[in-house]
Design a protein around this ligand. Structure first.
Ligand code: PAX
Length: 123
């Protein structure tokens, strides 16, 4: 079974892409299995090396949106792409808006191996 850390990497890591095209989200949301059964409404891809994302678990501690204490905010801005389902898009035709951004990100970490398990937002 896919671990939480593996799920985080499937859903949020894309270190090797630097510039994205308008069709990036439509292709990536499908390729990474986030359009199975339903269209995932919002998802962020991070274009930074995995070690740079994992180290966020040792950076500024913040409360997660769900009230848990295990979220961390990156001390530097990261290259990210937000994928947002367009209004009127209906499953199985998942049509996304692609937006490339540079923002500080917030992730949840589990202490077993200090691995990122949840994307909590960007600020
Ligand atoms: P998830 O599916 O909610 O949680 P996501 O990144 O895929 O996250 P499994 O076993 O998979 O069910 N976990 C935690 N989740 C949240 N908070 C804490 N502290 C925590 N600790 C552990 C992934 C797994 O992490 C576990 C949780 O139980 C899950 O385990 O965001 C909804 C989704 O949209 C993404 C992020 C979420 O998907 P919302 O609306 O709740 O904030 N998303 C959202 C995004 O990618 N980018 C964005 O900017 C926003 C706002």
């Amino acid at each position: 079974k896919e671990s939480q850390a593996e799920k985080f990497q499937r859903q949020h890591m894309d270190p090797d892409t630097s510039t994205v095209t308008a069709s990036y989200c439509n292709e990536m949301m499908k390729r990474r299995n986030m359009t199975v059964g339903q269209c995932k409404p919002v998802n962020t891809f991070i274009h930074e090396p995995l070690p740079d994302v994992q180290v966020i678990c040792f950076q500024g501690n913040v409360t997660c949106k769900n009230g848990k204490p295990n979220c961390h905010q990156s001390s530097s801005k990261m290259r990210i792409t937000d994928c947002r389902l367009k209004k009127g898009s209906k499953y199985p035709k998942c049509d996304y808006q692609t937006q490339q951004l540079q923002k500080s990100i917030i992730v949840a970490c589990e202490c077993v191996q200090y691995e990122t398990v949840d994307f909590d937002g960007s600020v």
